[in-house]
Design a protein around this ligand. Sequence first.
Ligand SMILES: Cc1cc2nc3c(=O)[nH]c(=O)nc-3n(C[C@H](O)[C@H](O)[C@H](O)COP(=O)(O)OP(=O)(O)OC[C@H]3O[C@@H](n4cnc5c(N)ncnc54)[C@H](O)[C@@H]3O)c2cc1C
Length: 304
Amino acid sequence: MLGSNMTIDFIGDEYTSFDISKITTIRVGGKVSKFVKPKSLSDLRFLIKNKNKNKIKAIIGKGSNTLPSDKDVDGIIIGMSDFNKSNLLQLKNNIFTVSSGISAPKFSKFVGNYGYSGAEFMTAIPGTIGGLLSMNAGCYGTEIWEIVKSVQTIDFAGNLHTRTADDYNISYRCVIPKHKNEIFLSADLVLIKSSVEKVKDIIRCLMLKRISTQPLEKFSFGSTFKNTKKISAAQLIESCNLKGFKIGGAQVSLKHANFVINADGNASSKEINDLIEHITIKVLNKTGIKLEREVRNLGDGFEF
Ligand SMILES: Cc1cc2nc3c(=O)[nH]c(=O)nc-3n(C[C@H](O)[C@H](O)[C@H](O)COP(=O)(O)OP(=O)(O)OC[C@H]3O[C@@H](n4cnc5c(N)ncnc54)[C@H](O)[C@@H]3O)c2cc1C
């Protein structure tokens, strides 16, 4: 039994000397001294309150757009993919409050089963709602911030905020907060009432397109580079005959040129990074266009 002056400060999961490659979809990275997964707001507050002691180095969702280094990290990484994992609330009619820790494909399918449309595109994006908000992730013509009414955040002093799109500079795969260093807690998303059949049909078509054009069975982080306004990154990379090109275990996918894959699961982060740089230089030399990375380095987006 707990004494009256004892409290449980942290109920989330905590791992020491944790292999970062286990939490990134590209499956590379060194070890981090501590990996913690807050389950609730009080968990997160506890970590923030002790941030100097904890030395927070990065916030991560499902690690599906993240490239860590091979070097070990001395400090802690906060993994948000268990955060309030079952918090999904229908506010009124077509507005849903969804926790940042919820998997985007799960949310999309869940609301789809009740005939709500507008989140179908998320089925194809294997991140958390927080990761999608941070990236303005999207596909096939829709981006998450188009359906955001507001978001709830916490800053590193532990204060809660409600923000709208006006509080960010939002563009294609880019969200620059006007208030730095805030973690997304949840979002109010606006959907449209449709029919279960229609929503399921959209999801089915979208996933068929994905399966036929992308190497979903390989370790990757999806599109490596942003498309340019006039031409897709894949077309530019293909024009340099780079499909299948390898540096160590890192390879340009034969199926989709904008996918850098960890071909057999044995690539290092350095090899992935070297390949990304090689592609950038080849495309620049041949076309004069400098491709911009969509993929982020671990720790990007925050000043700790
Ligand atoms: C097979 C595959 C297909 C993909 N297809 C697409 C696609 O069609 N469209 C697309 O846009 N992307 C796509 N991606 C990339 C990726 O899934 C998205 O960028 C997604 O939004 C990343 O979410 P995540 O939770 O994995 O974020 P992470 O990779 O873990 O983190 C990305 C960034 O978000 C920040 N972040 C994460 N959670 C929070 C939070 N709660 N608060 C504040 N910041 C946070 C991190 O600090 C980091 O800067 C694909 C990836 C794969 C592997």
